[in-house]
Design a protein around this ligand. Structure first.
Ligand code: CA
Length: 224
């Protein structure tokens, strides 16, 4: 799960980011509204946590623009004041849920679990089973020949991307954007490195290279 946190209070953002990472969410932070909308519009995030009061562009405007651009990504709206008007405004603008500050970390995590369950129903992240192995993206675990292999967060995101597009080539750029993001300050060569890690960890030849283009996970059903 890749998460974007748009929050300008640095202390809160740091504390949340620590909590979220510890809970297995791959988290990026934007600390003003303009950066936030720019990052959100890359479309690489699975859930967005959005603060209402932000410098440069407020949360409601971000949400409206994001929805206007056609993104259905779940958004958890953070509001400081618990007035009915605020909550209604947030939900009307397209938020899926809201949380009133200050909130407990348990409550935040519970809300996120609910949002990801909703998202997972629509998209992937259910267990993916193929003859070779069974992959549980939520736990980051692969079961192969009765052995359980634990993946890192990035490895798990990568495998999820490949296995939910069996037989389809995914470009290196797309993988990089989806897993690291252009704001990560990392190199695109990470893609090759993590493909290498995955092949080794899973001891598989099903992850195939298309030279100069990208990678795909072989769909053995269609291979004679
Ligand atoms: Ca704020």
């Amino acid at each position: 799960m890749k998460l974007l946190l748009i929050e300008d209070e640095h202390r809160l953002a740091d504390a949340l980011s620590y909590l979220l990472k510890k809970s297995g969410y791959d988290t990026d932070i934007a600390s003003d509204g303009e950066t936030g909308i720019e990052m959100a519009l890359t479309g690489i995030y699975d859930i967005i946590i959005l603060d209402r009061m932000l410098p440069k562009l407020d949360g409601i405007s971000i949400l409206q623009e994001f929805r206007h651009e056609g993104f259905a990504t779940p958004v958890l709206f953070l509001t400081a004041k618990d007035t009915l008007k605020d909550r209604v405004q947030g939900l009307d603008a397209g938020a899926d849920d809201y949380l009133v500050k200050p909130f407990s970390s348990e409550e935040l995590l519970a809300r996120l679990r609910a949002l990801s369950r909703r998202k997972n129903k629509e998209l992937v992240s259910a267990k993916i089973t193929i003859p070779e192995m069974m992959f549980d993206p939520l736990r980051g675990e692969v079961t192969k020949e009765n052995e359980i292999i634990q993946l890192s967060v990035k490895e798990s995101l990568l495998l999820e991307l490949l296995m939910s597009n069996l037989g389809q080539v995914i470009t290196k750029e797309r993988i990089f954007e989806k897993i690291w993001g252009y704001y990560s300050g990392t190199e695109i060569a990470n893609v090759d490195l993590y493909i290498h890690y995955l092949r080794k960890k899973l001891n598989t030849t099903s992850i195939r290279t298309v030279r100069g283009v990208g990678y795909f996970f072989e769909d053995k059903q269609y291979v004679s």
